[in-house]
Ligand binder design. Structure first.
Ligand code: TPP
Length: 330
């Protein structure tokens, strides 16, 4: 059971993700943000659930559609937006950009541009956690399309065999770029595909943040307790085009309209009001804070200086001085 405070925290995170994603898409459209940006509209329920299920010790590996995941893991909004702009005040000093955003200070280990490639990275982190005997779990997020990539099957097999503390969180938005699942997968039962690797699998309505949070909490607790991996298929729908302000005329209008009826933030807002968990003025106050926070973060990012030229020579090789005495072979 989630407390009222947790539900309000989740609402705040979800509202922040919607507002940030919409603003970034608008900035791309206007030409002010010249960057590859992948909107996260439709995933807010899953990201909000993640935000209250992970601890600071847990680690997260994401994809290029990483904005919501980064905010869910506690990364600072100003730093995330400055990174999407490729500026020096970004969480990676402007070097990662939107496709390779990471913030290891909060356990947001990396995001990648190669579909499915986060899975073996998370499996490696899971092996490290198991070897360390650490009480941490690793979560990796990926889209439905990633379940057809070879690395998905290799990683799932290893995690299932070695009972690794990894939660595989499939953010099933039902599209791979411009192709619906049924046109690219022989078996559209994604949770069923995962079951073949001997792990626990759960399918949940990703538009329902409360149900998703409960599933993720349980999966993470099992991972931390040494009970092995879980594959969570959170079913949502992509509420925008694939990237930036891109066209989405290929999406069936009736299907998109039905999904928009379930748009995570407005529907969770209605639910909080109807259940009496929050009043209109409570939620209006959160909404206003979110708008101010987003305005501040974009102004901050736009005013931030571009990175210095010599940044490209930094972080290329390990810092041998820092590694001395750690036992890591140089
Ligand atoms: C290995 C690989 N193949 C193809 C691409 C091109 N590509 C970029 S995004 C994408 C769609 C992936 O769909 P999905 O995994 O469902 O994630 P979503 O974008 O829906 O979140 C593709 C095919 C890529 N980046 N990497």
């Amino acid at each position: 059971m989630l407390t009222t405070a947790e539900m309000l925290q989740m609402y705040r995170t979800m509202a922040l993700i919607t507002a940030t994603s919409d603003r970034a898409s608008a900035e791309v459209k206007s030409g002010s943000l010249q960057s590859a940006f992948y909107p996260v509209r439709g995933l807010e329920g899953v990201c909000g659930a993640l935000s209250i299920a992970v601890t600071t010790e847990d680690q997260l590996v994401s994809t290029y559609r990483s904005l919501g995941d980064a905010l869910a893991k506690g990364s600072n909004l100003r730093g995330v937006i400055a990174e999407i702009y490729g500026r020096s005040d970004g969480v990676c000093g402007g070097k990662g950009g939107p496709m390779h955003l990471h913030d290891t200070s909060v356990g947001f280990m990396t995001s990648t541009g190669i579909v499915g490639s986060g899975i073996p990275i998370a499996v490696g982190l899971g092996i490290a956690a198991q070897l360390d005997g650490a009480q941490r779990a690793v979560v990796t997020t990926f889209g439905d399309g990633a379940t057809s990539i070879g690395a998905f099957h290799e990683g799932m097999n290893m995690a299932g065999l070695w009972k690794l503390p990894v939660v595989f969180l499939c953010q099933n938005n039902q599209w791979g770029e411009h192709t619906p699942i049924a046109e690219y997968a022989a078996n559209t039962d994604l949770a069923g595909r995962a079951q073949a690797y001997g792990m626990r699998t759960v399918r949940v309505d990703g538009f329902d943040p409360v149900a998703t949070a409960e599933v993720l909490r349980d999966a993470l607790a099992r991972a931390r307790n040494g009970e092995g991996p879980t594959f969570v298929e959170a079913v949502t729908y992509r509420l925008t085009g694939h990237s930036g302000s891109a066209d989405y005329s290929y999406m069936p209008a009736d299907e998109l309209a039905a999904a928009l009826e379930r748009d995570p933030v407005p529907s969770f807002r209605r639910r909080l009001l109807e259940s009496g968990a929050a009043s209109e003025s409570d939620l209006a106050a959160i909404d206003a804070e979110v708008v101010a926070q987003v305005d501040d973060a974009f102004a901050f990012a736009q005013a931030s200086a571009p990175p210095e030229q010599d940044l490209r020579y930094r972080d290329v090789f390990a810092d041998t001085a820092a590694l001395a005495g750690t036992g890591v072979a140089l």
